[in-house]
Design a protein around this ligand. Structure first.
Ligand SMILES: NC(=O)c1ccc[n+]([C@@H]2O[C@H](COP(=O)([O-])OP(=O)(O)OC[C@H]3O[C@@H](n4cnc5c(N)ncnc54)[C@H](O)[C@@H]3O)[C@@H](O)[C@H]2O)c1
Length: 367
């Protein structure tokens, strides 16, 4: 067990109690063991106090593969996720199913008294987010959305310095998520990803991470959005496709702070300025959040390192979840942050789909 700084400050009695708590086993179940669920399963197996007691997936081959990976713990397997929720011996549930299922599954797990790690986005409609926020509010269990960027040390440091005013007051953010291609049409998630009603679309399913970074840096959620998007390259590809392949959205934040976000899946890999970035502009300078660099505005002033990129612990986010379950520590992401990230993505999507300005209050979710 790692004795963390909080325990040290609490003194030796608390440290002893925390030590004995962390010796206990957290019986854990996984719902959805596809691409991300397989990774999360490895993360859970990596935890000193987690035991994988049950696995669920509707695809038998994936369930078998996961059972083999977790053979050490000899988990039960089922294709029916409600049987996971019904098990009295399950204390923590990991949910990594397609996005349209997250809210319903997480609500059922919270109501059954489970601690929940739920992949992003926590919902793809305002109604799903609202219902989950309500359930989390009435639960005393841990709820952690899978927004692992919040557990990355260099981002925590960089955003902390922005909040401390290193670039002055934040006045604008320019961010993008450009990819050289779509997700593989015959890939692991190909049977739901291209269907707007199951994944929510590129902005909700993928860019929710990037939008969360923008909210984090600005320290607020947007009040309204306007934008346009469409299917400009991958028309009916794959057949029946409903998600956009590009879009451009402008968000308005409290105090007139602006955020401009573009996304596409046809930025050639060989062309510069692709990929993902979050540029944060302040009254004294600007920050390239992902690269951890800071650029003062004065003429001739030299750029400096905002936060050194170090080797990150690949399972830090899942460790934080178990730390919260076992030791009561505050997790880096909670229902509020997860809901605000999902709703920011939903807001932008609704603006693009409806082709009008949509306000935060139009979504009708009290957080
Ligand atoms: N945090 C991250 O960086 C990250 C990365 C990748 C994916 N994800 C998220 O993880 C989730 C899953 O994505 P994926 O790429 O693993 O997709 P996937 O299709 O590979 O896996 C989803 C799994 O859920 C199973 N499933 C579907 N319906 C089910 C049901 N009713 N009951 C039980 N199992 C069911 C599927 O059979 C599949 O194996 C998505 O929300 C995605 O956004 C997060």
């Amino acid at each position: 067990m790692k004795v963390n700084r909080r325990m040290f400050l609490l003194g030796s009695a608390a440290a002893t109690q925390a030590f004995s708590q962390s010796e206990r086993t957290v019986n854990t179940a996984m719902i959805g063991v596809g691409n991300r669920g397989s990774y999360l399963l490895q993360a859970v197996l990596h935890q000193p106090n987690a035991k994988v007691v049950a696995l669920c997936d509707i695809k038998p081959d994936r369930l078998d593969r996961a059972a083999t990976a977790a053979a050490r713990d000899n988990p039960a397997t089922t294709a029916d996720w409600r049987r996971i929720i019904d098990r009295n011996d399950v204390e923590a549930v990991f949910i990594a199913t397609p996005p349209y299922l997250h809210s319903e599954m997480a609500i059922a797990a919270l109501k059954a008294g489970k601690n929940v790690y739920c992949e992003k986005p926590i919902g793809i409609t305002p109604e799903q987010v609202r219902a989950l926020v309500e359930a989390a509010r009435h639960s005393n269990k841990v709820f952690v959305p899978g927004q692992q960027l919040r557990s990355m040390k260099h981002l925590v440091e960089a955003v902390g310095k922005i909040h401390d005013g290193i670039i002055g007051d934040v006045i604008m953010v320019k961010a993008q998520r450009h990819a050289p291609a779509d997700l593989a049409h015959d890939g692991s998630s190909g049977d739901w990803y291209f269907d707007m009603s199951k994944g929510g679309g590129y902005l909700i399913e993928q860019s929710v991470h990037n939008l969360d970074l923008c909210n984090w840096a600005i320290n607020a959620h947007p009040t309204r959005a306007a934008g346009f998007g469409g299917i400009l390259l991958y028309k009916n590809d794959p057949p029946g496709r409903t998600i956009f392949d590009c879009g451009s959205i402008t968000y308005d934040y409290p105090g007139g702070v602006l955020m401009s976000f573009t996304q596409n899946v046809f930025h050639p890999a060989s062309m510069p300025n692709g990929g993902q970035y979050v540029y944060v502009y302040g009254t004294k300078g600007a920050a390239d959040l992902m690269q951890g660099m800071m650029y003062p505005r004065e003429k001739g002033a030299r750029p400096s390192v905002l936060a050194e990129k170090t080797q990150e612990d690949q399972y830090a986010h899942q460790e934080a979840f178990f730390d919260a379950v076992v030791n009561g520590t505050k997790p880096p992401v909670d229902i509020k942050i997860g809901a605000e990230a999902a709703l920011t993505a939903i807001l932008g999507t609704e603006a693009m789909v409806k082709q009008k300005v949509v306000t935060w209050s139009d979504m009708g979710v009290e957080i």
